[in-house]
Every structure is written in C-alpha cells, then in structure tokens.
Design a binder for this molecule. Structure first.
Ligand code: ATP
Ligand code: MG
Length: 355
C-alpha cells in the first residue's frame, strides 16, 4: 500500500514522525508492504513553492492507497491568491471526502465521565456552514453592509444520503444504533431535509435503530449518559463541535483519531489542530494521528479485502490502548510526564515485541 504523508504545520511534523515509526513497526510485524512517501504542504511548501498545497501533491493523491495529513495552521496562511490554501478543507471538498469518522472512547481513569463512552461521530464533511466558499467573494459568508453579516449553510439530499449510508454501515458492524443529531426545531428547512434523508436511509437498514436528538440535548447527553450513543450522524459544524467535546471527555483532544473518507480516497487526520501553543516542544500526544493512521489501514484493508491491513490496524489500536493503560507511559495532556517521542517509543517497542 502506497501512503502519501503530508506533515503540515505546528505540531504536525512532531506527531507525523512517530506515526511513521509506528507504521514501519506495523509493516514489519504484519508484512504489509507499505511504501511511505512524504511531500511538503503548509508553510513548508509556501516558502519554497509559493503555495500551501502544491499541484504535484493534488495530482499524487488519487494514485496512492491513502494519505496521512498532519494538522495545518490555516488561520495564519496568507490570502488564497498569495498561495494560502487550507489543505484540509480543499482535500475534503475536491476529493469528496464526504464522511469524517471520529471515534471517541473513554479509558477508565483518564475520563471524567460517570458512564463509559464508546461512540463514533460521523460528520458530514463537504457542506453545511463550510460549503460554497466561492458563492460570495470566495467564502460562504457575505456582508451587505458593514454592520450586517450572513453565513450560508448548504444541506443537500446527496450530501446527507452519502454520510448517512456511512453511518448506518458502520453501526451495522458495531452495536446497531444511529443517533441523528440536528437542530430541526430552528433550522426547519435545512435540518428538516437532513432528517428526511436520514430516515429514508434508515429504511434500508431495518437491523439498525435510528434515534433523533437535538444538538443541544446531545451536547448534554454526551456528558450525562454517553453510554447511550453508538454512532452519531450529523451535519458538518455540529460534528466538529461535538467531536472536540467527546475527545476531551475521553481524556484529551490528543486521543481522538479521525478519517476523512470518500468512495475511493481516504485521508487520516488528527481530530485536533496544529496546537501552536505547544509546537516545537516535543510535548504533543501523537495518539490521535497514530489512531488515525490505523483507521486508514483498516479502511483500505476492508475496501481491498486485505486482511493483513485490517489486522495491523487492530494491532496498532490495541497496542496504543495497552500503553495508555499504564500511568507511567502517558504524555502530559493526560497527566503523565512523557514527551512525544518517548510515548511513541513505547508503542513501537510493544509492536515489535520488545516490551
Ligand atoms: P488550530 O487553529 O490549528 O485548530 P488551536 O489553537 O485551535 O489550533 P488545537 O490544536 O485545536 O489548537 O488545540 C487546542 C488545545 O488542545 C491546545 O491547548 C493544544 O495544546 C491542545 N492539544 C491539541 N492537540 C494536542 C495533542 N496532540 N497533544 C497535546 N495537547 C494537544
Ligand atoms: Mg482548534
């Protein structure tokens, strides 16, 4: 399997390097035949090529089995016409990576929750408030005058249908329950359409139960009764916000793996951003990107009927969990004392059977 690796900005390169070490160890342990190639994006390529997302990278993506994308500091990029493209947003829309799959599970003593959480948020990834950025002067927002601003939120039947399918297929492999999170009491037309389409898709999955929940109630329920959720399907911005909440409830934002998946292309990407406050210090928890990379192997393995990739993904995940189980082998965001490289060293050693 060919994997294109894009290290990104901030803590990106710091968490990508140990993720690649973990992949090399998994490659040796499971005989995967991984071919990893790295290309610069973000500030690294802006300096040399005048753009944060070079055309050569875009051309390469459809030719590889998967992409690992480090976090990017797109808020700080120059304007688009000066080469400042948000790689994350651009890849999601350009390659129709319509489902952002974000698992969150509580680990006993790391979580503040009273009940166990083991859920997956499936977030629509191409529209909502993030869509139609070219509709009004290059953004989904416009100001008719200096004191009034509007945001455009696009919900389409096609967008809802494909993300709902991903959610129901996933629920079928898990505990058989989907919760559709919405705000249809206020957003009557757009979230009304979302609910209509989710119900239509649900009819194709009689073995999966569908619940519906308003987003504010969902935010509260994640804290009070997280064990009631299996798969959550929701629109783009609600999914963004709820997944940060769920990851933090699980112990740290640094724990949440995430995969942007389309029909044929998938991009592994940590749930968190570029964390400029801790960049360059070797403190970041690389778990999120390591688990994201495992999700990529699992996704490709299931698509291609490659059992070794699926087994390697499960092996990486259980190894990470076993390392996280030990208080002495945790990073600082979890109250431990390890740096990025030391933590990853434990994962690699265990994957190689050395500890
Ligand atoms: P961005 O604009 O790129 O999203 P941000 O300032 O919002 O950057 P995030 O990356 O979203 O920062 O992080 C939010 C907080 O969580 C920061 O305090 C950051 O240090 C912390 N954090 C995020 N990721 C990790 C990680 N992998 N390990 C440890 N702490 C993290
Ligand atoms: Mg952020």
């Amino acid at each position: 399997m060919k994997v294109l690796v894009l290290p990104g900005d901030g803590i990106g390169p710091e968490i990508v390097a140990p993720t690649l070490e973990v992949l090399h160890a998994a490659d040796d342990a499971y005989d995967l035949g991984l071919e990893l190639e790295t290309a610069d994006i973000g500030f690294a390529s802006l300096a040399r090529e005048g753009t944060t997302l070079p055309q050569a990278v875009l051309d390469r993506i459809p030719q590889v089995g998967g992409v690992i994308l480090g976090p990017v500091s797109h808020y700080e990029y120059p304007p688009r016409q000066e080469g400042g493209i948000n790689p994350s947003a651009e890849l999601r829309v350009r390659y129709e990576l319509f489902a952002n799959i974000r698992p969150c599970r509580s680990r006993a003593e790391l979580s503040v929750l009273r009940a166990p959480m083991n859920l997956v948020i499936v977030r629509e990834n191409t529209e909502g408030f993030y869509s139609d950025r070219n509709m009004y002067a290059g953004t989904g927002e416009f100001m008719p005058d200096a004191d009034n601003a509007f945001s455009i939120r696009k919900i389409s039947a096609r967008g809802c249908e494909r993300v709902a399918h991903s959610a129901f297929e996933l629920a079928r492999r898990r505990r058989g329950k989907v919760t559709a999170v919405h705000k249809a009491n206020v957003l009557k037309l757009s979230d009304g359409l979302f609910l209509r389409v989710v119900r239509e898709v649900a009819a194709e999955f009689p073995d999966v139960r569908l619940d519906e929940l308003i987003v504010d109630a969902a935010a509260a329920a994640l804290i009070r009764r997280p064990d009631e959720f299996d798969v959550i399907v929701t629109t783009n911005m609600f999914g963004d916000i709820l997944s940060d909440e769920a990851a933090e409830l699980s112990g740290s934002l640094g724990l949440g793996g995430s995969l942007n998946a389309g029909h044929d292309i998938a991009v592994a990407q940590a749930q968190h951003g570029s964390a400029p406050d801790i960049a360059g210090k070797g403190l970041a928890n690389p778990t999120s990107l390591i688990l994201s990379a495992a999700m990529l192997l699992d996704w490709r393995g299931r698509r291609d009927g490659n059992d070794a990739l699926v087994a390697a993904a499960a092996g990486i995940e259980s190894t990470v969990e076993s390392v996280l189980d030990e208080p002495g082998s945790r990073t600082r965001d979890l109250g431990g004392h390890l740096g990025t490289a030391e933590f990853a060293g434990h994962v690699v050693a265990r994957l190689r059977g050395e500890s």
